[in-house]
Design a binder for this molecule. Structure first.
Ligand code: FAD
Ligand code: NAD
Length: 442
């Protein structure tokens, strides 16, 4: 039976869902002492997603990208963190239902948290477009566990291929790594895998490495469609030069344990179905909304366009709700679902809350709407090369190659939300240069 959790003081109860880019930026800039803050997330850490692809091949360690959530509000007694999943928001009763699997006691505990104000930053799930077999047979790349699962699977494929008595067909299949989705997640993962092959695998296992292949499958005519045409072409030619097989205008229709069925549009416009065997399949076809968000949207008016997240107004207030705000990937603010957007929204919303606390009962402060400052897009494409579409002092600048890669490294280190993470990532990079990557199966 749900047990109510009673807050201590008379300040307003501010409940924050999630410990990702949006919620953590919000908490970092919030004057926490003005509210009774409850943070709820199944993850007791913040995850620096931009370097997650590097984690799959042992260049960077998972824990280097994780920052314990309590480090962000050390010494602030007005914050309580519950490691639990929010299962439902009830906007009429102004409560959030939460659930936690106590693995030690082997029980599921449920509670109800009342809120005066609610900030929702729960991110998104992986889109599968209901393609049969995806959930069962592929790996995603959104969380730290996903990266570790891919790392284990790569190691497994290689060790199995090295075992005595494998036929050449089996080795070909095991060492075929297929990536579905030519957005930045798919491209960066394929690039990291190709680097791992060149840095470590090719010379260490020469007997089987002739069979090593990466295929990147994209439904649209180009990979990295959010970049300029020049950078899309550069990326595609660089990936092909690195021996990554790029299959565009190809849509995966079905996934089974051993192979995928792909519909490929040929240059003359006719379609062909190909069956492609794989050892590892990574599925990176973007976002879909979480169940809790769909459920909340259904209970509210003005949420007809909520397929891309909770529809918010210019100040990130959820339309059709009272005292609920949403940010990041679970909010439909007509901006792309990126860390850059979530981070800026978090800081903006904290300033709004700080202003509201200063003017408590006079009808609220004058709030300017959120104004997104797009600084550009960056992606790593392998072998010390990156592409960048930057917006510097109002000028659009496109660049690619080695110097863009150095800029990419500096920019990502700068983006890390803690000195600890910055230090660990730097030492991981140095360690990999000197001693090679760590690829253990855990
Ligand atoms: P998230 O950061 O995903 O955080 C969601 C939080 O909510 C998590 O703490 C989660 O545990 C918690 N949560 C989930 N369900 C519940 C629940 N039911 N109740 C409570 N809490 C819950 N963007 C860029 O701008 N640049 C990049 O280089 C970049 N690289 C990326 C690389 C990868 C591999 C991926 C997957 C994404 C990348 N992105 C990048 C996109 C970026 O990570 C997301 O846009 C960003 O994380 C969105 O922030 P968020 O706070 O909305 O969600
Ligand atoms: P995405 O939505 O950017 O790309 C997914 C791709 O998968 C699309 O190009 C789509 O055409 C393709 N696709 C969909 N269904 C398919 C199918 N059945 N077969 C073949 N291809 C299919 O997704 P993402 O790369 O996961 O990125 C998600 C968000 O995170 C985006 O907003 C992205 O900008 C952001 N992100 C940014 C960076 C970066 O800035 N370096 C890195 C990773 C992610």
């Amino acid at each position: 039976k749900p047990k109510p959790v009673t807050p201590a003081a008379e300040k307003k109860n501010l409940v924050v869902l999630g410990t990702g880019w949006g919620s953590v930026s919000f908490l970092k800039d919030l004057d926490i002492d003005n509210y009774n803050v409850f943070v709820i997330s199944p993850r007791n850490y913040f995850l620096f997603t931009p370097l997650l692809p590097s984690c799959t091949t042992g260049l960077v360690e998972g824990h280097s990208l994780m920052e314990p959530i309590r480090n962000f509000f050390k010494g602030k007694s007005a914050v309580e963190f519950y490691e639990a999943e929010a299962t439902e928001v009830d906007p009429e009763r102004r409560v959030v239902h939460i659930k936690r699997n106590h693995t030690i006691q082997g029980e599921v505990a449920q509670s109800v948290i009342p809120y005066d104000m609610l900030v929702v930053g729960v991110g998104a799930d992986n889109a599968t477009f209901n393609v049969p077999g995806v959930e069962e047979h592929s790996c995603f790349l959104k969380n730290a566990n996903d990266a570790q699962k891919i790392r284990n699977r790569i190691t497994d494929c290689i060790e199995t291929a090295l075992c005595k008595g494998r036929s050449s067909d089996e080795i070909q299949k095991l060492l075929h790594f297929v990536v579905v989705g030519g957005g930045p997640t798919g491209v960066e993962f394929a690039a990291e895998l190709q680097d791992y092959y060149k840095d470590g695998l090719r010379d260490r296992f020469p007997d089987i490495m002739d069979a090593f292949r990466i295929t990147l499958i994209e439904a649209l005519p180009n990979v990295l469609p959010m970049f300029s045409k020049q950078l899309m072409d550069y990326t595609e030619s660089t990936l092909k030069a690195e021996a990554i097989n790029v299959l565009t205008k190809a849509s995966v229709k079905e996934v089974s344990k051993d192979d995928i069925r792909v519909e490929v549009t040929k240059p003359d416009g006719t379609k062909d179905i190909q069956t492609i065997p794989y050892g590892l399949l990574v599925w990176a076809t973007g976002n879909k909304q979480k169940g809790i968000i769909e459920n909340l949207a259904m209970r509210l008016n003005k949420q007809q366009d909520s397929r891309r997240g909770l529809v918010v107004d210019g100040c990130l207030a959820v339309q059709g709700a009272h005292n609920i705000w949403a940010l990041g990937d679970c909010a439909n603010s007509k901006l792309p679902p990126t860390a850059q957007v979530a981070h800026q929204q978090g800081s903006y919303l904290a300033n709004v809350f700080n202003a509201m606390a200063r003017t408590p009962s006079s009808g609220g402060p004058e709030v300017q709407p959120f104004d997104y400052n797009h600084q550009g897009a960056l992606a790593y494409i392998g072998m010390d090369k990156a592409v960048a579409d930057l917006n510097l002092l109002g000028f659009n600048i496109s660049s690619h190659g080695f110097f863009t890669f150095l800029f990419w490294k500096a920019a990502y280190l700068n983006m890390c939300l803690s000195a600890r993470s910055r230090f660990l990532v730097t030492t991981d990079w140095m360690k990999a240069r000197v001693f090679g990557r760590d690829m253990f199966r855990e």
